[in-house]
Write a protein that binds this ligand. Structure first.
Ligand SMILES: [Zn+2]
Length: 160
């Protein structure tokens, strides 16, 4: 059974990690947190890289989700504008909204594709993407022109 790492078990592990990342010497870190120098050294070489990697993955997943939210938000707006423009008979604005919506869909598709490479988020994103796609296609059912354009855009995303 491997020995437990006194740094990993330390209540202030994050502060220790932070000090190590900024390049503080083992001796001063060990002294500051009441740890042995060898434990700090071992922790830095064996455990710190994993911690950092995890932190980075979480951060990137959060950033990607945030981006996804923003595109979704834009898409809601575009569809709202499309509906209003169609009601008002403003075809020029409707066309611009369709083009915008199509751009958003392409972006969402690309984003979903990129996220698919990450196994943890994979399922969530795929499910969300499929739901979103169903919602969008459903919402456009009574707008034949937009419906057709969006379906074509979806197909082109699927091909890529
Ligand atoms: Zn450790």
């Amino acid at each position: 059974m491997p020995r437990r790492c006194t740094v990993c078990d330390h209540p202030e592990r994050h502060s220790v990690d932070q000090a190590l990342v900024t390049g503080a010497p083992y001796r001063s870190v060990a002294k500051r947190f009441g740890l042995s120098e060898s434990a700090v050294y071992r922790h830095k070489t064996e455990h710190l890289p994993t911690h950092l990697l995890k932190a980075r993955e979480v951060e990137e997943a959060a950033r990607a989700d945030d981006l996804l939210d923003q595109v979704r938000h834009l898409q809601t707006h575009a569809l709202d504008i499309l509906e209003r423009a169609e009601k008002a008979g403003d075809l020029r604005t409707a066309l611009a909204a369709i083009s915008q919506a199509r751009g958003n869909l392409e972006l969402l598709g690309k984003l979903a594709g990129e996220l698919d490479e990450r196994p943890v988020v994979n399922l969530n994103v795929s499910t969300e993407w499929l739901e979103l796609r169903a919602v969008i296609v459903g919402a456009l059912e009574h707008h034949p022109a937009a419906h057709g354009a969006v379906l074509r855009a979806l197909e082109s995303v699927g091909d890529g």
